[in-house]
Design a protein around this ligand. Structure first.
Ligand SMILES: Nc1ncnc2c1ncn2[C@@H]1O[C@H](COP(=O)(O)OP(=O)(O)O)[C@@H](O)[C@H]1O
Ligand SMILES: O=C(O)C1=C[C@@H](OP(=O)(O)O)[C@@H](O)[C@H](O)C1
Ligand SMILES: [Mg+2]
Length: 260
């Protein structure tokens, strides 16, 4: 395992949560630069930013990064650490293994919906926050050695991926698999949402005495999807046939349970 593993990513990506658990799982020291900030300044981040503005916060954040970077173990950073050119250079020069914890913007907003500790969340408008998100993405990528997609994954699962990745030679395969794992979870969540709608359909059919299986409807679904996706080289007619069969069979089973 590398001497220092540094977690970067936007607010709410899970740097603090995952960093703590990764350090525990691998028996290493854990440092969170936001906690170090509070220790060093004797002030909460909210109070410090209120008094000194974001630029004052950034200057102190750079000092703390430079002081703590040599610490072996897991270091979780604050989401804005990569905004400064100096910080990015310091991070690149440090030799730490830098992991970008990625999550989509909607997931971030959901995770932070009841947060009160992050001043920027309150100070910035939604447009400014979105702009900040977009501005930072290439900067995270610039310093990262590997990316872990966190959408739909528990911190435990992410720690597991990280421990695998950190003992592997080829990070690129792990990053790509991480993306696939995240997409698989999103697909399953969508299927679960589809089943919820199917249950409502079953209730309507039951009320009106309509039979569960409607062969025309299945053919229509297949036909429409094939037309819509005919120019997508990744989606073959066979894939559509297989997927629709799977989805409709799942739906029929569920509806039959409800209608009987
Ligand atoms: N993988 C995850 N899945 C769901 N919720 C998460 C995940 N990682 C973190 N969270 C939650 O999101 C919020 C922000 O996490 P935190 O670790 O503080 O993020 P960061 O340090 O990147 O800002 C916390 O409430 C935490 O419990
Ligand atoms: O994104 C940012 O600019 C910030 C993220 C926070 O850390 P987390 O990323 O751990 O929330 C904290 O450093 C401060 O509120 C500013
Ligand atoms: Mg944090």
């Amino acid at each position: 395992m590398a001497d220092t593993v540094m977690l970067i990513g936007f607010m709410g990506a899970g740097k603090t949560t995952v960093g703590q658990q990764l350090a525990q799982a691998t028996n290493q020291k854990f440092l969170d630069l936001d906690d170090e900030f509070v220790k060093e300044t004797g002030s909460s981040i909210n109070d410090f930013m209120n008094a000194n503005g974001e630029s004052g916060f950034r200057k102190m954040e750079t000092k703390i990064l430079e002081n703590r970077l040599a610490s072996p173990g897991v270091i979780s950073t604050g989401g804005g650490i990569i905004e400064s050119d100096t910080n990015r250079q310091v991070i690149k020069d440090s030799g730490a293994t830098v992991i970008f914890l990625q999550a989509d913007f909607a997931t971030i907003l959901q995770r932070l919906s009841s947060d009160t500790d992050r001043p920027l969340l309150r100070q910035l408008s939604m447009k400014e926050l979105t702009d900040r998100w977009e501005f930072r993405q290439p900067l995270y990528n610039e310093v990262a050695n590997a990316v872990i997609m966190t959408n739909g994954k528990s911190p435990n699962k992410i720690v597991h991926e990280l421990t695998n990745m950190l003992s592997l030679e080829d990070d690129s395969l792990v990053s790509l698999r991480s993306e696939i794992d995240s997409l698989d979870r999103q697909i399953l969540k969508l299927i679960s949402e589809r089943v919820n709608v199917v249950k409502e359909v079953a209730a309507v059919k039951k009320l009106n005495g309509i039979s569960v299986v409607q062969p025309n409807r299945m053919d229509q679904i297949r036909q429409e999807l094939k037309e819509e996706f005919q120019t997508d080289p990744n989606i073959s007619d066979e894939l559509i046939d297989d997927l629709v069969s799977l989805l409709t069979q799942t739906a029929i089973n569920k509806e039959q349970d409800i209608v009987k």
